[in-house]
Design a protein around this ligand. Structure first.
Ligand code: SF4
Length: 375
């Protein structure tokens, strides 16, 4: 058993029914033919790992997108068969799927059940109909509430809801209403993201003016306070969890664990090798197999230390400095002494017992910390 090589597994399903006005992720509008071709390519990629890494054992599974739940029922069956035919999936690991309220059906939920999905992440974003329209979401409040009911009636009780704040024209009362309605369903996890106006999106083309930093911060503070009052532990910049319900899969990314990412646009970090598929479905259909490469030492170390810091500083528990030292063979406290001193003087970070973490003040000024530390 000890020879098994543990890794997290992510599958990117690059389809959506409609493109949201703010979304810059790689996705295509779903259609049957594309689904079929995509699954054929995915099967090849999964088989590549099956053939070349027979001792792989999956420590967490995450099906994300895009919108995995927009696949047809037949497509979902095929997807799960690809996974279970090619990877060793322990029944007890965390297995998450992202779903959107408009594409949840009883039939699809039963498929998730059969393939042991035990965590559902629902893209709610808001329960205010006007805000949902502004965001270009396909669902309204009624559809979202119905979907949650259906999911819970099927016996799924480990639920994450994605929410967006800092939306122009929206306000704290609307945010509070959304949270109050959602908390009645007793979710175990909430992921909250500040709206960002990214190029290539409809909001960008419409020359949307983002809310001010002050408004964004005020809403973020409100979220933190409100969720703390309801027993949510704020454990990562965007993530809040009830006791024992932190997202194992995402923690693995943030802690710099090994992961395989299959599908267009997906990234892998495995065996100290990295690979990123192009965000291009056509390219993926032609070249589904990864070409894992070991990066050149010097170039890699700098980049990898920066990545480590970017991820680990997002965790409110921080990270063990010894781990960073061991991973990259450095003396972090010595090599970053002047920056660390400056950040400590500004009360943005705390270093105690060989652990470094951001303070609450630092949490709101994470970018400043990263600017200081990333070289
Ligand atoms: S936000 Fe989600 S549902 Fe909307 S377009 Fe992006 S990936 Fe698709």
């Amino acid at each position: 058993m000890s020879d098994l090589q543990k890794t997290a597994l992510y599958l990117h399903i690059p389809f959506c029914i409609k493109k949201c006005a703010y979304c810059s992720f790689y996705k295509k509008i779903w259609c049957q033919d594309l689904e079929k071709n995509y699954l054929a390519a995915l099967k090849k990629e999964a088989h590549y790992y099956h053939k070349n890494f027979p001792t792989l054992s999956i420590s967490s599974l995450f099906l994300g997108g895009g919108t995995p739940s927009c696949l047809s029922t037949h497509g979902l069956e095929t997807l799960f068969q690809i996974i279970y035919d090619n990877f060793k999936i322990n029944p007890h690991i965390e297995k998450s799927i992202e779903v959107n309220p408009d594409s949840v059906t009883l039939q699809k939920l039963n498929i998730f059940k059969r393939y042991q999905i035990n965590r559902i992440s629902l893209g709610i974003q808001s329960l205010d109909d006007q805000t949902l329209r502004y965001l270009g979401r396909i669902h309204d409040q009624r559809t979202a509430l119905k979907a949650i009911d259906l999911i819970q009636n099927c016996g799924f009780n480990n639920l994450n809801f994605d929410l967006i704040f800092g939306i122009p024209g929206s306000n704290i009362d609307q945010l509070k209403n959304t949270l109050t309605l959602l908390l009645k369903f007793n979710p175990s996890h909430l992921s909250t993201y500040a709206l960002s106006i990214e190029s290539g999106t409809k909001l960008y083309r419409q020359k949307t003016t983002p809310v001010t930093n002050q408004i964004e911060l005020k809403e973020y503070r409100f979220l933190r306070h409100f969720l703390a009052q309801h027993d949510f532990n704020h454990y990562e910049v965007s993530a809040f969890a009830k006791k024992n319900h932190r997202c194992i899969h995402n923690l693995n990314y943030w802690r710099f664990g090994s992961y395989l990412g299959l599908g267009p646009g997906a990234h892998s970090f495995f065996n100290n090798q990295r690979y990123a598929h192009k965000s291009d479905l056509n390219d993926y259909l032609l070249n589904p197999n990864p070409k894992l490469v070991t990066p050149k030492k010097n170039h890699q170390t700098k980049k990898a230390i920066n990545e480590f810091l970017i991820f680990n500083l997002r965790l409110l528990d921080g990270f063990a400095i010894n781990r960073l030292n061991k991973l990259f063979n450095i003396d972090f406290l010595k090599q970053y002494a002047s920056s660390l001193q400056k950040l400590q003087n500004l009360k943005l970070i705390k270093i105690t017992h060989q652990k470094m973490k951001v303070t609450v003040k630092g949490l709101y000024l994470l970018n400043e910390i990263l600017i200081e530390l990333l070289r």
